[in-house]
Design a protein around this ligand. Structure first.
Ligand SMILES: Cc1cc2nc3c(=O)[nH]c(=O)nc-3n(C[C@H](O)[C@H](O)[C@H](O)COP(=O)(O)OP(=O)(O)OC[C@H]3O[C@@H](n4cnc5c(N)ncnc54)[C@H](O)[C@@H]3O)c2cc1C
Length: 565
């Protein structure tokens, strides 16, 4: 196995990873920084972010308002110290990304334009039409490529972390063009590998969001926090699940059922279609379950109406949405409503970190969607994720740089590398009778049917049993292609292995939480239970499956009260 070293390794080149790289590079031009990505950085899911990035940018808004909206949206499970830090840092990121070339949309008098978004009581979403992530990513990637001390490892697949004496000292990665496994040592490592939404069947996320970094950190001994909280976005386009941004409702779009009724008036009379996502997704699911969905070739659905906005506004503010609806949904939103239903959209849970983005393993940091600080608690507000990636990407980059300047590299033991080499070779050589795609489809169906918006104890138990069965069957897969270069079948197997592990953690964390909070909605326990459950779940990896512990939520200014919209 070839060996190489860097001062800092960042795994992931989405918004969080790229922002961390730039922040680290700014700390010192002598630091040798590497950024790993399993595909080209501009193929990261961040490029798909549509509606906006939240930040307090005008006089009527305030940090306390943004923080309170976030805490209430989170159904009081967010750590309020982290939220307060987050809202204060977000505006600076908007200004910086603008300096680096992000074309933020403007008001006619040249000010930063901000659109309303679900759960935010002020128009707070800075946006670049409906392609916010695309423009942010291009601006930050452009900035990152100006530093000669940032080296990109594009199309390298990280397989494991090397941890000794509770310190992260390196990682292993496969160069996808050659299939060769390499070892890297580093003084600090930042995980920025994105979410795990692909454990579900109907999702807004890219095929690459398979949770690799969460599973890798979990296996290395870091707990995964609050994994039972998966966000369902109210408007996944039928049939693909591709997102129709909440910005469409922010611009005035509304939802109707089969009776032509704006049903949100029964669920969130004040905020209507701009209530938080958990509230609207539940409302849509209830409409469908009670027979008020419209009927289509792919089953019952809800209609999102934008026709009253007019062609000019749709073309200016929502050009991507129009294109997507025509090409992937067969409807032109200028002329008719868009068929949608809730889709798996965000992982509130992830690698446990503190406000400095440190994990419990020394030298290992995390930022972005793979992490849990927890700013988003039980339900994230729209536009808070890209802001979180930027704010905590900076913290991770700076903290990693500080550590790299004050520690030295450590030698990786030969046994550790041999063990990983053998593990990878064993998977590649599997000659069993199971097909990867069959197990993957079954996992996604189980998650969709039993670990969806409304959950029940008996269904969760049965899902856990079935996922564990699939994990056993995974041992008996057949890798048909044994080739070295871009062996996509083999990488699918590695990703499925990660996803099965995370599906198990998600379900196992959901079972004991006998309450309904944010995105975790239990039919058998319909009430929030602050007395017993105002706490975070931590899942630790053991050979018998996840072991759960609980830690308190940090409350600074806003004690929990009933959540109404
Ligand atoms: C369609 C859509 C629209 C959205 N719109 C918004 C919005 O308007 N506002 C908002 O705030 N949020 C939005 N979100 C959410 C937000 O975009 C994401 O949460 C955020 O961009 C995640 O960024 P990230 O940097 O954490 O990860 P990602 O952008 O997902 O990047 C992950 C990186 O990790 C790398 N990686 C993963 N595994 C490995 C491995 N094994 N080896 C090497 N590299 C690896 C990948 O190559 C990639 O570079 C949206 C999400 C979607 C899907």
């Amino acid at each position: 196995m070839e060996k190489c070293n860097h001062d800092i390794i960042i795994v992931g080149a989405g918004l969080a990873g790229l922002r961390a790289a730039v922040a680290a590079a700014e700390v010192g031009n002598k630091l040798d920084i590497a950024v790993f990505s399993k595909h080209h950085p501009l193929r990261s899911h961040s490029v798909c972010a549509q509606g906006g990035t939240a930040a307090v940018m005008h006089e009527k808004d305030s940090f306390d308002l943004h923080a309170f909206d976030t805490v209430k949206g989170a159904d009081y499970l967010a750590d309020q110290d982290a939220v307060e830090f987050f809202v204060r840092r977000a505006p600076k990121e908007i200004v910086l990304t603008e300096h680096w070339g992000c074309p933020w949309s403007r008001t006619p008098d040249g000010k930063m334009n901000q659109r309303p978004f679900g759960g935010h009581t002020q128009p707070r979403a800075c946006f670049a039409a409906d392609m916010t992530g695309f423009h942010e990513m291009h601006a930050i990637y452009g900035k990152a490529t100006t530093y000669s001390n940032i080296k990109f490892y594009d199309e390298w697949f990280v397989t494991s972390l090397i941890v000794e004496n509770n310190t992260a000292i390196g990682l292993t990665a496969i160069e996808m063009t050659t299939g060769k496994l390499h070892a890297f040592t580093a003084k600090a490592i930042v995980m920025a590998t994105g979410g795990h939404e692909r454990i579900y069947e109907f999702t807004t996320f890219s095929h690459t969001t398979t949770g690799d970094g969460m599973a890798i950190a979990y296996r290395a001994g870091v707990p995964l926090e609050d994994m039972e909280f998966v966000q369902f976005h109210p408007t996944g386009l039928i049939p693909s699940g591709v997102l129709i941004t909440e910005g469409a409702r922010g611009e005035g779009g509304y939802l109707i059922n089969a009776n032509g009724e704006r049903f949100m008036k029964r669920y969130a009379p004040e905020r209507m279609e701009l209530a938080p996502r958990d509230v609207i997704s539940r409302a849509e699911q209830t409409e469908i379950l009670e027979g008020r969905g419209l009927q289509g070739p792919y089953g019952p659905y809800i209609a999102l109406n934008l026709t009253h906005l007019g062609e000019e506004k749709i073309n200016e503010r929502l050009p991507l949405i129009r294109d997507v609806a025509i090409k992937l949904g067969g409807v032109d939103p200028v002329k008719e409503p868009i068929p949608i239903r809730p889709a798996a959209h965000y992982s509130m849970g992830g690698i446990r970190i503190n406000v400095k983005t440190e994990t419990p393993i020394a030298g290992l940091y995390a930022a972005g969607e793979c992490s849990c600080i927890s700013v988003h608690g039980a339900n994230r507000l729209g536009t808070n994720s890209t802001a979180d990636c930027l704010v905590f990407g900076v913290v991770a980059g700076e903290e990693a740089a500080r550590r790299a300047l004050s520690t030295s590299l450590r030698e990786v033991s030969k046994e550790k590398l041999l063990a990983e080499e053998n593990r990878i070779a064993e998977i590649l050589n599997r000659e069993g009778s199971e097909r990867i795609s069959v197990i993957r489809d079954q996992m996604r169906r189980i998650m969709n049917e039993k670990v969806w918006i409304y959950r029940r104890g008996d269904q969760l138990e049965s899902a856990l049993k079935e996922i564990r069965e699939l994990r056993k069957r995974f041992k008996d897969i057949k890798i048909e292609d044994k080739g070295k270069s871009f062996n996509t079948g083999f990488f699918s197997a590695l990703q499925l292995d990660f996803m099965l592990e995370l599906a198990e953690v998600t379900v196992a964390s959901a079972i004991p939480r006998t309450e309904s909070r944010g995105a975790h909605s239990r039919l058998d326990y319909p009430k929030r239970d602050d007395q017993n459950w105002l706490k975070h779940t931590l899942a630790y990896c053991t050979k018998d499956g996840p072991r759960l512990e609980y830690i308190p939520v940090t409350v600074t200014k806003w004690p929990p009260v009933a959540r109404k919209y």
